[in-house]
Design a binder for this molecule. Structure first.
Ligand code: UDP
Length: 348
């Protein structure tokens, strides 16, 4: 049996978590081998290294060390760096995750060399083109050969844009990752003790979207909304470097919110498991709140994860109503990574 090579591009925190699930499944596939390339988009210890250590992700074959700068400069450098890597390795497929500049650069570099692209987390849409992530998603989907969507809504969005070939609903690889980490996190994480917080006695929050951090007035409103929604419970907020800089720059008043450094995934899963409520603008966290069966208020004016709202686990901060709660089937049963591999095999 000749082995086919998949070259995976990762660069940002949520991609490391998705890659943990898919790389594990790839390593179990005798007919496939993986070359992992890190663009360097997220680079500090707690935004990158910790995930490789904790989640047994293979060391990247190469780290392009590209970070900072404008969107154009960063994406352009990545395009050039990834093209070089692709010419060197000549993989059979390129695999990209989600919606970052690393995703778009990976997809574009590959398709220009006529290497087919598989996009994991295809079809997600906020319908807000002011979001850099939305531009990255739309463009990546339109050059991908295999579009693997976690949700029915994603498949429907692609159909609306005329994309039907190569589209499969596979479930959510982030659910696989969380199931895999949950038991270990309960056994090993000391985060509750370290922060001196009680099970069920705190609110977990994250803020990092440019739409919330770039405008000081908006950022102040977000902080006030967090304090208000927490209703007197302590708030733990692991701070994304972008938000830390924005708060420092603008002098935003953060009241009693307890800001901590970003935490590793095992600690994050423990915090999700133990919190009373999630307040976030993160895509991943909205779903993880559901995986942990915790209610979530999304600090944005729209969401790509519409099923979390439809099934009553999430609401936007612009609305005060929760719909009746029920289980969400879209995310699968913890075997989305296997479905990704099966779809790639089928397409080869
Ligand atoms: N996360 C983490 N530590 C943190 C904050 C987030 O491990 O301090 C995890 C979180 O549980 C989720 C992922 O990082 O799995 C989400 O990443 P992020 O919010 O940066 O990106 P998004 O999901 O919005 O694309």
């Amino acid at each position: 049996m000749t082995s086919k090579t998949i070259l995976t591009i990762v660069g940002a925190r949520p991609q490391f978590i998705k890659a943990a699930a898919v790389s594990r499944a790839l390593r179990a596939a005798p007919d496939l081998s993986e070359i992992l390339i890190h663009t360097g988009q997220h680079f500090d210890e707690m935004m990158s290294e910790v995930f490789f250590d904790e989640l047994d992700i293979p060391r990247p074959h190469q780290n392009l060390a590209i970070h900072g700068g404008s969107h154009g400069a960063m994406t352009g450098q990545m395009l050039e760096g990834i093209e070089r890597v692709l010419l060197e390795h000549r993989p059979d497929w390129v695999l990209v995750y989600g919606d970052t500049n690393s995703t778009l650069a990976g997809a574009l570099a590959a398709v220009k060399l006529q290497i087919p692209v598989v996009h994991v987390e295809a079809g997600l849409r906020s319908f807000n083109r002011r979001m850099p992530e939305e531009i990255n998603r739309v463009l990546t989907d339109h050059v991908s050969t295999l579009l693997l969507s976690p949700t029915r809504a994603g498949v429907d969005n692609l159909r609306t844009e005329g994309i039907v070939d190569g589209v499969h609903q596979v479930g959510d690889v982030m659910y696989d990752a969380m199931l895999h980490a949950q038991k270990r996190s309960r056994e090993t994480s000391a985060i509750l003790r370290r922060l001196d917080i009680a099970e069920g006695g705190f609110v977990l929050s994250t803020v990092h979207r440019a739409e919330n951090t770039d405008d000081p007035v908006r950022l102040q409103r977000v902080m006030a909304a967090i304090t208000d929604a927490a209703g007197g419970l302590p708030v733990i907020l692991p701070l994304h470097p972008r938000t830390r800089q924005a708060i420092a720059r603008s002098g935003t008043e953060t009241g009693g919110i307890r800001m901590i450094d970003p935490v590793g995934y095992l600690d994050m899963v423990r915090l999700l498991d133990a919190c009373a409520l999630v307040l976030t603008d993160s895509g991943g966290l909205q779903k993880e709140a559901y995986f942990a069966r915790r209610p979530c208020i999304t600090l944005r004016d729209e969401t790509e994860w519409t099923e979390t709202i439809a099934h009553g686990w999430n609401r936007l901060w612009t609305s005060s109503d929760w719909l009746p709660r029920s289980d969400i089937e879209d995310y699968g049963t913890g075997h989305a990574a296997e479905a990704v591999i099966a779809s790639i095999r089928q397409a080869m």
